[in-house]
Design a protein around this ligand. Sequence first.
Ligand code: GLN
Length: 507
Amino acid sequence: MVQGTMSDAGKSTLVAGLCRVLARQHIKVAPFKPQNMALNSAVTIDGGEIGRAQALQAIACNLPPHTDFNPVLLKPSSDTGAQVIVHGKALTTLEAKAFFGPQSKSYKTLALAAVMQSYQRLQQQYSVVVIEGAGSPAEINLRQGDIANMGFAEVADCPVIIIADIDKGGVFAHLVGTLTLLSPSEQARVKGFVINRFRGDISLLQPGIDWLEQYTRKPVLGVLPYLHDLHLDAEDALVDAPLHRTNTPPLPQQTPRLTVLVLVYPRISNHTDFDPLRLHPQIDFHYVSMQSMAQSSDWPAADLVILPGSKNVRADLAFMRQQGWHTKLNSHLRYGGKVIGICGGYQMLGLLIDDPLGIEDSAGCSKGLGLLPVNTVLKANKTLTQVRGHLRLQGHQAEFCGYEIHCGESSLTQPDVTQPIVIEQIAEQGLTVATPDGLVSDDQQILATYIHGLFDNPQACQLILSWAGLTQAQHIDINQIREQQLERLADVLEAHLDMNTLKGLIA
Ligand SMILES: NC(=O)CC[C@H](N)C(=O)O
Protein backbone atom coordinates (compact mmCIF):
# COMPACT_ATOMS: atom_id res chain seq x y z
CA MET A 1 0.00 0.00 0.00
CA VAL A 2 1.29 3.44 -0.94
CA GLN A 3 0.57 6.15 1.64
CA GLY A 4 1.72 9.76 1.50
CA THR A 5 2.84 12.38 3.96
CA MET A 6 0.18 14.69 2.51
CA SER A 7 -2.23 15.12 -0.38
CA ASP A 8 -0.43 15.48 -3.70
CA ALA A 9 2.76 13.81 -2.43
CA GLY A 10 2.56 11.59 -5.53
CA LYS A 11 0.62 8.53 -4.33
CA SER A 12 -1.70 8.24 -7.33
CA THR A 13 1.14 8.62 -9.79
CA LEU A 14 3.35 6.11 -7.96
CA VAL A 15 0.51 3.59 -7.90
CA ALA A 16 -0.22 4.15 -11.61
CA GLY A 17 3.47 3.72 -12.42
CA LEU A 18 3.84 0.56 -10.30
CA CYS A 19 0.72 -0.85 -11.97
CA ARG A 20 2.26 -0.27 -15.40
CA VAL A 21 5.65 -1.72 -14.35
CA LEU A 22 3.91 -4.91 -13.21
CA ALA A 23 1.44 -5.07 -16.11
CA ARG A 24 4.22 -4.93 -18.66
CA GLN A 25 5.85 -7.86 -16.89
CA HIS A 26 2.58 -9.71 -17.59
CA ILE A 27 1.61 -9.81 -13.90
CA LYS A 28 -2.15 -9.72 -13.26
CA VAL A 29 -2.37 -6.46 -11.35
CA ALA A 30 -5.23 -4.18 -10.25
CA PRO A 31 -5.34 -0.81 -8.46
CA PHE A 32 -7.31 -0.18 -5.29
CA LYS A 33 -8.17 2.91 -3.28
CA PRO A 34 -10.50 2.11 -0.38
CA GLN A 35 -11.89 5.62 0.03
CA ASN A 36 -11.40 8.59 -2.23
CA MET A 37 -12.63 12.16 -1.91
CA ALA A 38 -12.79 13.77 -5.33
CA LEU A 39 -15.08 15.45 -7.84
CA ASN A 40 -13.32 14.03 -10.88
CA SER A 41 -14.92 10.69 -11.44
CA ALA A 42 -15.06 8.14 -14.22
CA VAL A 43 -17.88 5.83 -15.28
CA THR A 44 -17.11 2.13 -14.92
CA ILE A 45 -18.05 -0.81 -17.11
CA ASP A 46 -20.38 -2.05 -14.39
CA GLY A 47 -22.37 1.23 -14.56
CA GLY A 48 -20.97 2.96 -11.49
CA GLU A 49 -18.47 5.73 -10.81
CA ILE A 50 -15.00 5.79 -9.28
CA GLY A 51 -12.27 8.38 -8.76
CA ARG A 52 -10.55 9.47 -11.94
CA ALA A 53 -7.14 8.45 -10.61
CA GLN A 54 -8.29 4.82 -10.21
CA ALA A 55 -9.59 4.86 -13.78
CA LEU A 56 -6.13 5.99 -14.90
CA GLN A 57 -4.49 3.29 -12.78
CA ALA A 58 -6.83 0.76 -14.40
CA ILE A 59 -5.60 1.91 -17.82
CA ALA A 60 -2.05 1.43 -16.49
CA CYS A 61 -3.03 -2.20 -15.74
CA ASN A 62 -4.68 -2.52 -19.19
CA LEU A 63 -8.05 -2.99 -17.49
CA PRO A 64 -11.40 -1.26 -17.95
CA PRO A 65 -12.42 0.77 -14.86
CA HIS A 66 -14.41 -1.18 -12.27
CA THR A 67 -16.18 -0.05 -9.08
CA ASP A 68 -14.12 -2.49 -6.99
CA PHE A 69 -11.03 -0.36 -7.69
CA ASN A 70 -12.51 2.45 -5.57
CA PRO A 71 -15.44 1.13 -3.52
CA VAL A 72 -16.08 4.35 -1.56
CA LEU A 73 -16.06 7.75 -3.23
CA LEU A 74 -16.98 10.92 -1.36
CA LYS A 75 -18.00 13.77 -3.66
CA PRO A 76 -18.11 17.03 -1.69
CA SER A 77 -21.10 19.17 -2.62
CA SER A 78 -20.37 21.87 -0.01
CA ASP A 79 -17.60 22.67 2.48
CA THR A 80 -19.17 20.38 5.06
CA GLY A 81 -21.14 17.77 3.14
CA ALA A 82 -20.56 15.11 0.50
CA GLN A 83 -22.42 12.60 -1.61
CA VAL A 84 -21.42 9.11 -0.55
CA ILE A 85 -20.91 6.68 -3.42
CA VAL A 86 -20.54 3.04 -2.42
CA HIS A 87 -19.74 0.39 -5.03
CA GLY A 88 -20.30 3.03 -7.68
CA LYS A 89 -23.79 4.13 -6.63
CA ALA A 90 -24.84 7.27 -4.73
CA LEU A 91 -26.19 6.12 -1.36
CA THR A 92 -26.82 9.35 0.46
CA THR A 93 -25.48 12.81 1.20
CA LEU A 94 -23.81 13.19 4.58
CA GLU A 95 -22.39 16.01 6.63
CA ALA A 96 -18.61 15.64 7.15
CA LYS A 97 -19.25 14.92 10.86
CA ALA A 98 -21.19 11.82 9.86
CA PHE A 99 -18.23 10.25 8.09
CA PHE A 100 -15.25 11.68 9.98
CA GLY A 101 -16.49 12.69 13.43
CA PRO A 102 -17.19 10.76 16.65
CA GLN A 103 -20.72 9.83 15.43
CA SER A 104 -19.35 8.27 12.29
CA LYS A 105 -19.45 4.70 13.55
CA SER A 106 -22.39 3.51 11.45
CA TYR A 107 -20.98 5.05 8.26
CA LYS A 108 -17.57 3.52 8.92
CA THR A 109 -18.96 0.06 9.62
CA LEU A 110 -20.89 0.16 6.35
CA ALA A 111 -17.99 1.63 4.39
CA LEU A 112 -15.42 -0.80 5.78
CA ALA A 113 -17.66 -3.75 4.87
CA ALA A 114 -17.98 -2.44 1.29
CA VAL A 115 -14.23 -1.80 1.11
CA MET A 116 -13.36 -5.30 2.31
CA GLN A 117 -15.84 -6.95 -0.08
CA SER A 118 -14.20 -5.22 -3.03
CA TYR A 119 -10.69 -5.90 -1.78
CA GLN A 120 -11.39 -9.59 -1.33
CA ARG A 121 -12.88 -9.83 -4.81
CA LEU A 122 -9.75 -8.21 -6.25
CA GLN A 123 -7.47 -10.50 -4.28
CA GLN A 124 -9.27 -13.49 -5.76
CA GLN A 125 -9.00 -12.18 -9.32
CA TYR A 126 -5.52 -10.65 -9.41
CA SER A 127 -2.02 -11.71 -8.42
CA VAL A 128 -1.16 -8.23 -7.12
CA VAL A 129 -3.34 -5.39 -5.83
CA VAL A 130 -1.53 -2.03 -5.57
CA ILE A 131 -3.33 0.04 -2.95
CA GLU A 132 -3.40 3.80 -2.56
CA GLY A 133 -4.02 5.61 0.72
CA ALA A 134 -5.68 9.01 1.01
CA GLY A 135 -4.19 12.27 2.26
CA SER A 136 -1.89 11.43 5.16
CA PRO A 137 -2.06 8.55 7.69
CA ALA A 138 -0.96 10.93 10.45
CA GLU A 139 -4.20 12.93 10.74
CA ILE A 140 -4.54 11.96 14.39
CA ASN A 141 -8.02 13.47 14.68
CA LEU A 142 -9.34 11.13 11.96
CA ARG A 143 -7.66 7.92 13.05
CA GLN A 144 -10.45 6.23 14.90
CA GLY A 145 -12.14 3.80 12.56
CA ASP A 146 -10.03 4.99 9.64
CA ILE A 147 -10.66 3.05 6.44
CA ALA A 148 -8.50 5.02 4.04
CA ASN A 149 -4.96 4.59 5.38
CA MET A 150 -3.54 2.60 8.30
CA GLY A 151 -7.01 1.52 9.45
CA PHE A 152 -7.36 -0.36 6.17
CA ALA A 153 -3.72 -1.57 6.15
CA GLU A 154 -4.17 -3.07 9.62
CA VAL A 155 -7.38 -4.90 8.67
CA ALA A 156 -5.99 -6.08 5.33
CA ASP A 157 -2.58 -6.76 6.90
CA CYS A 158 -0.54 -5.29 4.08
CA PRO A 159 2.90 -3.68 3.93
CA VAL A 160 3.07 0.11 3.46
CA ILE A 161 5.51 2.47 1.79
CA ILE A 162 5.34 6.21 2.40
CA ILE A 163 5.99 8.77 -0.31
CA ALA A 164 6.95 12.40 0.37
CA ASP A 165 7.43 15.39 -1.92
CA ILE A 166 10.89 16.95 -1.57
CA ASP A 167 10.09 19.79 -3.99
CA LYS A 168 7.93 21.57 -1.43
CA GLY A 169 10.63 21.28 1.27
CA GLY A 170 10.64 19.65 4.71
CA VAL A 171 10.81 16.10 3.40
CA PHE A 172 12.71 14.67 6.42
CA ALA A 173 10.38 16.31 8.91
CA HIS A 174 7.38 15.03 6.93
CA LEU A 175 8.64 11.45 6.90
CA VAL A 176 9.92 11.32 10.47
CA GLY A 177 6.86 13.19 11.76
CA THR A 178 4.44 10.91 9.94
CA LEU A 179 6.19 7.79 11.18
CA THR A 180 6.33 9.09 14.76
CA LEU A 181 2.60 9.74 14.84
CA LEU A 182 1.78 6.13 13.94
CA SER A 183 1.18 3.40 16.50
CA PRO A 184 3.96 0.78 16.98
CA SER A 185 2.14 -1.85 14.90
CA GLU A 186 1.49 0.69 12.13
CA GLN A 187 5.14 1.76 12.22
CA ALA A 188 6.15 -1.85 11.81
CA ARG A 189 4.08 -2.05 8.62
CA VAL A 190 6.09 0.76 7.01
CA LYS A 191 8.68 -1.00 4.89
CA GLY A 192 10.34 2.05 3.40
CA PHE A 193 10.12 5.52 1.98
CA VAL A 194 10.07 7.04 -1.49
CA ILE A 195 11.26 10.59 -2.02
CA ASN A 196 9.42 12.23 -4.88
CA ARG A 197 10.07 15.17 -7.23
CA PHE A 198 13.79 15.58 -6.60
CA ARG A 199 15.72 18.01 -8.78
CA GLY A 200 19.36 18.85 -8.40
CA ASP A 201 22.50 17.01 -7.41
CA ILE A 202 21.68 13.68 -5.75
CA SER A 203 25.07 13.67 -3.92
CA LEU A 204 23.83 16.64 -1.88
CA LEU A 205 20.83 14.60 -0.77
CA GLN A 206 22.80 11.48 0.22
CA PRO A 207 23.76 12.60 3.78
CA GLY A 208 20.05 13.26 4.45
CA ILE A 209 19.10 9.82 3.17
CA ASP A 210 21.80 8.18 5.30
CA TRP A 211 20.57 10.03 8.38
CA LEU A 212 16.92 9.15 7.68
CA GLU A 213 17.68 5.46 7.22
CA GLN A 214 19.71 5.35 10.40
CA TYR A 215 17.24 7.34 12.46
CA THR A 216 14.12 5.46 11.37
CA ARG A 217 15.74 2.09 10.58
CA LYS A 218 13.71 2.05 7.38
CA PRO A 219 15.17 2.06 3.87
CA VAL A 220 14.69 4.77 1.29
CA LEU A 221 13.47 2.68 -1.64
CA GLY A 222 14.18 5.33 -4.21
CA VAL A 223 14.42 8.99 -5.09
CA LEU A 224 12.20 9.87 -8.04
CA PRO A 225 13.21 12.77 -10.25
CA TYR A 226 10.96 15.75 -10.83
CA LEU A 227 9.14 14.80 -14.03
CA HIS A 228 8.54 17.84 -16.16
CA ASP A 229 5.46 17.71 -18.37
CA LEU A 230 3.98 14.57 -16.87
CA HIS A 231 0.45 14.71 -18.21
CA LEU A 232 -1.74 12.27 -16.35
CA ASP A 233 -5.37 12.72 -15.31
CA ALA A 234 -5.70 14.74 -12.11
CA GLU A 235 -7.30 13.08 -9.11
CA ASP A 236 -9.01 16.27 -8.04
CA ALA A 237 -6.70 19.25 -7.60
CA LEU A 238 -7.04 21.80 -10.34
CA VAL A 239 -3.57 22.32 -11.71
CA ASP A 240 -3.31 25.73 -13.24
CA ALA A 241 -3.13 25.99 -16.99
CA PRO A 242 -1.54 25.70 -19.45
CA LEU A 243 0.00 22.28 -19.85
CA HIS A 244 1.97 22.92 -23.02
CA ARG A 245 4.68 20.41 -23.65
CA THR A 246 8.11 21.98 -23.38
CA ASN A 247 9.66 19.43 -25.73
CA THR A 248 7.60 20.61 -28.70
CA PRO A 249 9.04 23.39 -30.86
CA PRO A 250 7.29 26.78 -30.67
CA LEU A 251 4.67 27.35 -33.36
CA PRO A 252 5.35 29.80 -36.19
CA GLN A 253 3.94 33.28 -35.50
CA GLN A 254 1.15 33.11 -38.09
CA THR A 255 -0.25 29.76 -36.79
CA PRO A 256 -3.97 30.21 -36.02
CA ARG A 257 -4.74 30.16 -32.29
CA LEU A 258 -7.77 30.12 -30.06
CA THR A 259 -8.19 31.57 -26.56
CA VAL A 260 -10.30 29.40 -24.29
CA LEU A 261 -11.57 30.25 -20.79
CA VAL A 262 -12.95 27.65 -18.41
CA LEU A 263 -14.98 29.03 -15.50
CA VAL A 264 -13.98 27.55 -12.16
CA TYR A 265 -16.84 27.50 -9.71
CA PRO A 266 -16.45 26.11 -6.17
CA ARG A 267 -17.90 22.68 -7.08
CA ILE A 268 -16.44 22.26 -10.57
CA SER A 269 -16.49 18.59 -11.56
CA ASN A 270 -14.80 16.50 -14.25
CA HIS A 271 -12.26 19.14 -15.17
CA THR A 272 -10.21 16.37 -16.80
CA ASP A 273 -12.56 17.11 -19.74
CA PHE A 274 -10.20 19.97 -20.58
CA ASP A 275 -6.82 18.19 -20.53
CA PRO A 276 -6.75 17.89 -24.36
CA LEU A 277 -7.37 21.65 -24.64
CA ARG A 278 -4.71 22.47 -22.06
CA LEU A 279 -2.24 20.35 -24.03
CA HIS A 280 -3.20 21.77 -27.41
CA PRO A 281 -0.34 23.82 -28.87
CA GLN A 282 -2.73 26.25 -30.61
CA ILE A 283 -4.87 26.98 -27.56
CA ASP A 284 -4.22 29.73 -25.04
CA PHE A 285 -6.00 28.15 -22.13
CA HIS A 286 -7.03 29.94 -18.94
CA TYR A 287 -9.02 28.98 -15.90
CA VAL A 288 -11.09 31.88 -14.60
CA SER A 289 -11.47 31.55 -10.85
CA MET A 290 -12.01 33.74 -7.82
CA GLN A 291 -8.21 33.69 -7.36
CA SER A 292 -7.49 34.76 -10.95
CA MET A 293 -10.12 37.49 -10.66
CA ALA A 294 -8.31 38.90 -7.61
CA GLN A 295 -5.52 39.85 -9.99
CA SER A 296 -7.64 41.36 -12.73
CA SER A 297 -11.24 42.51 -12.70
CA ASP A 298 -11.80 41.38 -16.29
CA TRP A 299 -11.71 38.07 -18.09
CA PRO A 300 -8.96 37.74 -20.68
CA ALA A 301 -10.41 38.38 -24.17
CA ALA A 302 -11.48 34.96 -25.42
CA ASP A 303 -12.89 33.14 -28.43
CA LEU A 304 -14.55 30.44 -26.36
CA VAL A 305 -15.85 30.33 -22.78
CA ILE A 306 -16.68 26.93 -21.27
CA LEU A 307 -19.05 26.28 -18.38
CA PRO A 308 -17.88 22.92 -16.99
CA GLY A 309 -19.69 20.29 -14.93
CA SER A 310 -20.71 21.03 -11.36
CA LYS A 311 -21.51 18.95 -8.29
CA ASN A 312 -23.86 21.64 -6.98
CA VAL A 313 -25.36 23.42 -9.94
CA ARG A 314 -27.69 25.84 -8.17
CA ALA A 315 -25.05 26.95 -5.64
CA ASP A 316 -22.43 27.35 -8.40
CA LEU A 317 -24.89 29.35 -10.47
CA ALA A 318 -25.51 31.64 -7.49
CA PHE A 319 -21.72 31.96 -7.13
CA MET A 320 -21.42 32.98 -10.80
CA ARG A 321 -24.07 35.65 -10.32
CA GLN A 322 -22.38 36.95 -7.15
CA GLN A 323 -19.14 37.29 -9.09
CA GLY A 324 -20.93 39.09 -11.92
CA TRP A 325 -19.81 36.39 -14.35
CA HIS A 326 -23.28 36.18 -15.96
CA THR A 327 -22.86 39.80 -17.14
CA LYS A 328 -19.41 39.04 -18.52
CA LEU A 329 -20.77 35.96 -20.30
CA ASN A 330 -23.51 38.03 -21.93
CA SER A 331 -21.04 40.60 -23.11
CA HIS A 332 -18.75 37.83 -24.48
CA LEU A 333 -21.75 36.61 -26.52
CA ARG A 334 -22.61 40.15 -27.69
CA TYR A 335 -19.08 40.44 -29.07
CA GLY A 336 -19.66 37.26 -31.07
CA GLY A 337 -17.80 34.83 -28.76
CA LYS A 338 -18.70 31.15 -28.47
CA VAL A 339 -19.87 29.33 -25.36
CA ILE A 340 -19.91 25.64 -24.47
CA GLY A 341 -21.81 24.19 -21.52
CA ILE A 342 -21.00 20.68 -20.36
CA CYS A 343 -23.42 18.79 -18.12
CA GLY A 344 -23.92 21.13 -15.11
CA GLY A 345 -22.76 23.96 -17.38
CA TYR A 346 -25.44 22.96 -19.92
CA GLN A 347 -28.08 22.99 -17.17
CA MET A 348 -26.99 26.49 -16.05
CA LEU A 349 -27.41 27.87 -19.57
CA GLY A 350 -31.09 26.88 -19.55
CA LEU A 351 -34.20 28.54 -18.10
CA LEU A 352 -34.80 26.69 -14.82
CA ILE A 353 -33.01 24.22 -12.55
CA ASP A 354 -35.38 22.53 -10.17
CA ASP A 355 -34.19 20.37 -7.28
CA PRO A 356 -37.51 19.40 -5.61
CA LEU A 357 -35.95 16.63 -3.51
CA GLY A 358 -32.92 18.61 -2.35
CA ILE A 359 -30.51 16.24 -4.10
CA GLU A 360 -27.62 18.71 -4.30
CA ASP A 361 -28.51 21.42 -1.81
CA SER A 362 -31.64 22.49 0.02
CA ALA A 363 -34.72 21.82 -2.13
CA GLY A 364 -35.72 24.65 -4.45
CA CYS A 365 -35.78 25.98 -7.96
CA SER A 366 -33.32 28.47 -9.49
CA LYS A 367 -33.56 30.58 -12.60
CA GLY A 368 -30.90 29.59 -15.14
CA LEU A 369 -28.93 31.99 -17.31
CA GLY A 370 -31.81 31.91 -19.81
CA LEU A 371 -29.63 31.39 -22.87
CA LEU A 372 -31.04 28.03 -24.00
CA PRO A 373 -34.68 26.80 -24.20
CA VAL A 374 -34.33 24.02 -21.66
CA ASN A 375 -35.56 23.21 -18.14
CA THR A 376 -33.79 20.80 -15.81
CA VAL A 377 -35.12 18.75 -12.91
CA LEU A 378 -32.68 16.94 -10.59
CA LYS A 379 -33.91 13.41 -9.92
CA ALA A 380 -32.96 10.82 -7.32
CA ASN A 381 -31.79 8.39 -9.99
CA LYS A 382 -28.34 9.23 -11.29
CA THR A 383 -27.47 8.58 -14.94
CA LEU A 384 -24.09 6.84 -15.15
CA THR A 385 -23.25 5.54 -18.60
CA GLN A 386 -20.46 5.18 -21.07
CA VAL A 387 -21.78 6.38 -24.41
CA ARG A 388 -20.80 6.51 -28.04
CA GLY A 389 -22.32 8.32 -30.95
CA HIS A 390 -21.70 11.15 -33.34
CA LEU A 391 -21.50 14.90 -33.21
CA ARG A 392 -22.73 17.01 -36.12
CA LEU A 393 -21.67 20.64 -36.47
CA GLN A 394 -21.60 22.95 -39.48
CA GLY A 395 -22.42 20.09 -41.83
CA HIS A 396 -19.55 17.87 -40.61
CA GLN A 397 -19.74 14.79 -38.50
CA ALA A 398 -17.38 13.09 -36.00
CA GLU A 399 -17.69 9.90 -33.98
CA PHE A 400 -17.07 9.98 -30.25
CA CYS A 401 -16.93 7.90 -27.07
CA GLY A 402 -17.71 9.63 -23.79
CA TYR A 403 -19.60 9.29 -20.57
CA GLU A 404 -22.51 10.79 -18.65
CA ILE A 405 -22.72 11.46 -14.89
CA HIS A 406 -25.75 13.45 -13.80
CA CYS A 407 -28.94 13.48 -11.77
CA GLY A 408 -30.50 16.21 -13.88
CA GLU A 409 -32.92 15.51 -16.70
CA SER A 410 -33.36 18.34 -19.17
CA SER A 411 -36.37 18.91 -21.41
CA LEU A 412 -36.63 21.28 -24.32
CA THR A 413 -39.19 24.05 -24.03
CA GLN A 414 -39.26 24.82 -27.72
CA PRO A 415 -39.70 22.65 -30.85
CA ASP A 416 -37.38 22.75 -33.85
CA VAL A 417 -34.11 23.22 -32.00
CA THR A 418 -30.82 21.84 -33.31
CA GLN A 419 -29.55 18.88 -31.32
CA PRO A 420 -25.96 18.31 -32.47
CA ILE A 421 -25.35 14.97 -30.80
CA VAL A 422 -26.77 11.53 -31.42
CA ILE A 423 -26.05 8.87 -28.81
CA GLU A 424 -26.16 5.36 -30.18
CA GLN A 425 -26.99 2.50 -27.86
CA ILE A 426 -27.14 -1.13 -28.81
CA ALA A 427 -30.47 -2.48 -27.66
CA GLU A 428 -31.81 -6.03 -27.73
CA GLN A 429 -31.36 -8.04 -30.95
CA GLY A 430 -28.45 -5.82 -31.93
CA LEU A 431 -30.67 -2.88 -32.91
CA THR A 432 -29.17 0.58 -32.50
CA VAL A 433 -31.26 3.08 -30.59
CA ALA A 434 -30.41 6.69 -31.37
CA THR A 435 -31.09 9.38 -28.75
CA PRO A 436 -30.47 13.07 -29.43
CA ASP A 437 -28.51 15.11 -26.89
CA GLY A 438 -27.52 18.70 -26.34
CA LEU A 439 -28.31 21.90 -28.16
CA VAL A 440 -26.86 24.46 -30.51
CA SER A 441 -28.41 27.92 -30.15
CA ASP A 442 -30.15 29.45 -33.18
CA ASP A 443 -27.35 31.99 -33.60
CA GLN A 444 -24.80 29.12 -33.54
CA GLN A 445 -22.90 30.72 -30.67
CA ILE A 446 -23.72 28.25 -27.90
CA LEU A 447 -23.13 24.51 -27.84
CA ALA A 448 -24.32 22.45 -24.89
CA THR A 449 -24.20 18.75 -24.07
CA TYR A 450 -24.42 16.20 -21.25
CA ILE A 451 -21.44 14.27 -22.63
CA HIS A 452 -18.11 14.36 -20.79
CA GLY A 453 -14.90 13.41 -22.56
CA LEU A 454 -15.81 14.82 -25.99
CA PHE A 455 -12.41 16.50 -26.44
CA ASP A 456 -10.67 13.15 -25.84
CA ASN A 457 -11.85 12.18 -29.35
CA PRO A 458 -9.43 13.79 -31.81
CA GLN A 459 -12.00 14.20 -34.62
CA ALA A 460 -14.75 15.54 -32.37
CA CYS A 461 -12.22 17.87 -30.74
CA GLN A 462 -11.15 19.22 -34.12
CA LEU A 463 -14.77 19.73 -35.15
CA ILE A 464 -15.63 21.66 -31.99
CA LEU A 465 -12.50 23.78 -32.27
CA SER A 466 -13.32 24.56 -35.87
CA TRP A 467 -16.88 25.57 -34.85
CA ALA A 468 -15.26 27.82 -32.21
CA GLY A 469 -13.08 29.49 -34.86
CA LEU A 470 -9.88 27.44 -35.06
CA THR A 471 -10.29 26.07 -38.56
CA GLN A 472 -6.89 24.40 -38.88
CA ALA A 473 -6.59 22.79 -35.48
CA GLN A 474 -3.80 20.28 -35.01
CA HIS A 475 -4.81 16.75 -34.18
CA ILE A 476 -4.29 15.91 -30.50
CA ASP A 477 -4.86 12.42 -29.13
CA ILE A 478 -4.98 12.45 -25.33
CA ASN A 479 -5.28 8.65 -25.16
CA GLN A 480 -2.04 8.25 -27.03
CA ILE A 481 -0.36 10.90 -24.86
CA ARG A 482 -1.60 9.16 -21.70
CA GLU A 483 -0.19 5.86 -22.92
CA GLN A 484 3.23 7.42 -23.66
CA GLN A 485 3.24 9.06 -20.24
CA LEU A 486 2.47 5.80 -18.44
CA GLU A 487 5.33 4.09 -20.27
CA ARG A 488 7.65 6.97 -19.41
CA LEU A 489 6.60 6.82 -15.77
CA ALA A 490 7.18 3.06 -15.61
CA ASP A 491 10.66 3.52 -17.13
CA VAL A 492 11.49 6.13 -14.47
CA LEU A 493 10.27 3.90 -11.63
CA GLU A 494 12.28 0.96 -12.91
CA ALA A 495 15.38 3.13 -13.11
CA HIS A 496 15.06 4.84 -9.70
CA LEU A 497 13.29 2.44 -7.33
CA ASP A 498 14.67 -0.59 -5.57
CA MET A 499 12.42 -2.93 -7.51
CA ASN A 500 13.81 -6.05 -5.84
CA THR A 501 12.79 -4.91 -2.37
CA LEU A 502 9.43 -3.76 -3.70
CA LYS A 503 8.83 -7.11 -5.38
CA GLY A 504 9.77 -8.79 -2.10
CA LEU A 505 6.97 -6.82 -0.40
CA ILE A 506 4.47 -7.95 -2.99
CA ALA A 507 5.40 -11.61 -2.75
N1 GLN B 1 -21.42 16.16 -14.00
C1 GLN B 1 -22.24 17.20 -13.83
O1 GLN B 1 -21.95 18.33 -14.18
C2 GLN B 1 -23.51 16.93 -13.08
C3 GLN B 1 -24.47 18.08 -13.08
C4 GLN B 1 -25.47 18.00 -11.95
N2 GLN B 1 -24.79 18.02 -10.69
C5 GLN B 1 -26.32 16.75 -12.07
O2 GLN B 1 -26.09 15.80 -11.35
O3 GLN B 1 -27.19 16.70 -12.89
